[in-house]
Design a protein around this ligand. Sequence first.
Ligand code: NFS
Ligand code: SF4
Length: 626
Amino acid sequence: MEYSDKILSRSIDPSVHDMLTHAEGLGLETVWDRYEAMLPQCGFGELGLCCRHCNMGPCRISPFDEEGPKQGICGATADIIVARGLIRMIAAGAAAHSDHGRDIAHTLLLTAEGKGGGYEIKDEAKLMALAAEYGLEVDGRSKEDIALDLARAVYGEFGKQEGPIQFTRRAPEKRVALWKNTGIDPRGVDREIVEIMHRTHIGVDNDPVNLILQGLRASVADGWGGSMIATELSDVLFGTPTPVRSEANLGVLKDDEVNIIVHGHEPTLSEMIVAAAQDPEMLALAEKYGAKGIAICGICCTGNEVLMRHGVPIAGNFLQQELAIMTGAVEAMIVDVQCIFPALGALTGCFHTKFISTSPKAKFPGATHIEFHEEQAYDIAKEIVRMGVENYRFRKPGQVHIPADTMACMVGFSVEAIVGALGGTLDPLLGAIKDGAVKGIAGVVGCNNPKVQHDYGHVNILKELIKNDVLVVTTGCNAIAAAKAGLLLPEAAELAGEGLKSVCQALGIPPVLHMGSCVDISRILVACAAIANALGVDISDLPVAGAAPEWMSEKAVSIGAYVVSSGIFTVLGTVPQVLGGPVVTKVLTEDANAVVGAAFAVEPDPFKAAKLMIDHIGEKRATLGI
Ligand code: NFS
Ligand code: SF4
């Protein structure tokens, strides 16, 4: 099949070329068309130079127009406006991750009280380890009693006033001391987010550096707080991931089965949908309507959650959500929160697909709302699955267009699973890093963004890093891109440098390790802390680097901020809306080094970005004397 240059320029993924051509034929628009219609995007916004924080505004500052205003009506300078805008993005991102963590804590609480509608405590070892970390009494007590105390203690982290947030103390001592000395040790998850909103109100904090420090404090409360809580308690409830094989890309949709897609973020819903789809009653119903079975697959991070824990196939990443519906083969698109296009409502209206929203926090135009409550989780999940199954008979076989593309993958690399693959300790990895077989570790994460060619940055940065013997850990939509490109297979070690290849082959692991959803970037933090502690250094001393080649969300801004606050150099592939503030830009890309031992770089070219990371890793190796 020949594709137009326009379509080829939008993605490197053949399934996307196929579906965009199909969309053109059907006269349907996608995120790429809406992006093009938006061009040129507002120059003030691109530079972060507009403010609507009060009704004297809106105000905007032109860096190009000599005659134009250089301050807002209140007197806010470019840097003040940019810094306030940036940390409001961090607040929103940290809030999203942390509210997700809070919901998981709530589910654990209900489960411990015997009110969780079908949930159970799957990983007792992790429950005990967390109980010990929180200093809870465990002797002679049931796991439910312990879980209840744990859930209450963790719940408390959100509303704490004076800190510390327990999991922040997993960081090396030097890092914790640095956070305390620089005033970025968070006191409570909600408190830091609220304080951002306060400080960015008109006429409060008008010092760009002071604003950024508060942004970093809230981000640490996300990474080492809300996100880590989400990960750890999800493991307790749903099991800690272990290596499992699966498949990725739109070709996982079945032409003779009921296809149900879970899209969004919180595993509380997707776990139950996966369970309900195996219910004999549902399978019998599917058979009655002539389907060979019920195929669940995922999109975005809730897809990553069930991929990691159950090997549920993943249909695609962020920019593929509309394309999945355009296959005409999706009976139900079930969503909860985050990264869900409001455009899905109108689009599903063109097909037989049922668009089902489930969270009281997230309603969508054109969606059927079936509210999900943990207390009746299984029953509601079954009702939703039933809607999908009953919708199978309305599928129009003549309109079904499923791309052939699928790729096998091996996923499930929690820290525990990595340590397991290494034979029970980190020593073999530390040895490989010390002797140079593995030069270092890169965390590559984040979204897609129609501003750049879909998956081009993701896949090329990964290939370049492994070619240079850098072991990669991945999460989020990068992990899905990696899966589709075949980089999550042990065989992909062939693409790695000699050193990394031999290590991967000896252990039977891929050179790119899928560690989970975006909240699971907390797993990467835990791994870095363990390595730093084993070497007796701070995280900022390690030969590690981070990248978000195609990021777009406010969550990604919070992630970037906590990764840098943890001491890890991070390269952004799309340009953040801060360049209008020279002081802010310099703080983020240079001065942060002196404060937190790491900084950001912006580099859209994935080959150059990989080079920056590899050079950084080389410098850290030299300083460590390895
Ligand atoms: Ni992360 Fe996941 Fe994807 Fe970006 Fe959205 S799904 S939480 S935010 S787009 S990686
Ligand atoms: Fe304008 Fe200041 Fe109000 Fe922002 S806070 S809209 S810069 S007057």
